[in-house]
Design a protein around this ligand. Sequence first.
Ligand SMILES: Cc1ncc(COP(=O)(O)O)c(C=O)c1O
Length: 429
Amino acid sequence: MNDPKKYRFETRQIHAGLDPKPENGSRGVGIFPTAAYRFRSCDHAAKLFELSEAGNIYTRLQNPTTSAYEERIAALYGAAGALALSSGMSAILVAVTSLARAGDNIVASPYLYGGTYNLFRLSLRNLGIECRIAPDERPESFAALIDGRTRALYAESMGNPTCAVPDLEGIAAVARRCDVPFVVDNTFGAAGYLCNPFDWGADIVVDSATKWINGHGTAMGGVIVDGGRYDWGNGKFPQIDGPSEGYHGLNLREAFGAAAFIAKCRVDGLRDFGCCPSPFDSYLMMIGLETLSLRVRQEVETARRLAEYCRSHPRVARVSYVGFEDHPSHLRAAKYYRFGASAVFTIELQGTLGSTVRFVEALRLAAHMTMIGDSVTVITHPASTTHKQLSEADLRAAGVTPTLLRISAGLEHADDLIDDFEQAFAAAE
Ligand SMILES: Cc1ncc(COP(=O)(O)O)c(C=O)c1O
């Protein structure tokens, strides 16, 4: 697609990344199941390896199917560049370790996906990168933890599973004042369709493509997206603006300009950690993206119907849905998110752990799994799954009770889902 900025999201999600006039006439992207690429000559190979010429070397670094997918993601976000990886977690790992080195720290929001929390508090700590978790999401709380070795601020555009929406502009202002990049996990923002953090001051976005980007639960994936606006020349990032040890002193900022960060993630991160996607999975992501706006709009609408039904049901003690006015993040979600905000909500049932388990096990349509953004409606019992490792005190702090359930609405007819819930409530009694 030439000049994607001319087109709206719905058009970009189908055309961006495709050659408008392919030699073979193919309507879609080809799958290139190849590990390596033939060099034209030794001189050509040397130029590729010293990064003085762009081109394919080895699928751990680039692949034509994956490049098309990356181009589509960058176009959807209106960004300088994107990098596809094998999972959301690998996207977070590569993004953070491209910014922070041993002895550095990052400051993060307290409302993090459990996997991210473990990565930050345990694995990164073991690599010498300290993660300072702010006591709350107020921008001042982030500011209080920043020092001369802070290399990023980190938040989720909507926390999983609380759906807490942070003050993105306030945190971005702190990041600007302290001259550190602001990284936002935008998994709930659905590739920028519901929320585009670059519009609200983010510098870098990570996104678990396993969720709404893929949309059908058929592959794992993650992306890093570079807004291209952060100035890496402030002396804090010699790995980007300094002689690169891995490339004979090449300065990535000088060589790649606005796309310097995404180049760093690719040429060092993917090269060394090896968490590249398979070409077939990139193809699945491309297909998923073609219908993203339609799926997301429908799922958000179904979530609202189901949440309203649950709110009026006598066996439900509490419904927490960011689309409802009584949710603490309702106003922020209305500002930063479009089209009703979210396909995910939580309910707390009346009764006991036993009756909650009976309800979950009686459901016939909603799938009992740990997943969001699938075309199948998903029900998750955090206390026995995602939050199983937490202590009693941590469970209380996270608001996870024995009868709490997370629901991610899929694409089934809302009336069928309501009927399914109704028979499961009856069976649980
Ligand atoms: C907000 C968020 N970020 C990151 C991840 C990790 O992504 P993945 O499972 O693709 O590794 C998840 C997974 O659920 C998530 O919900």
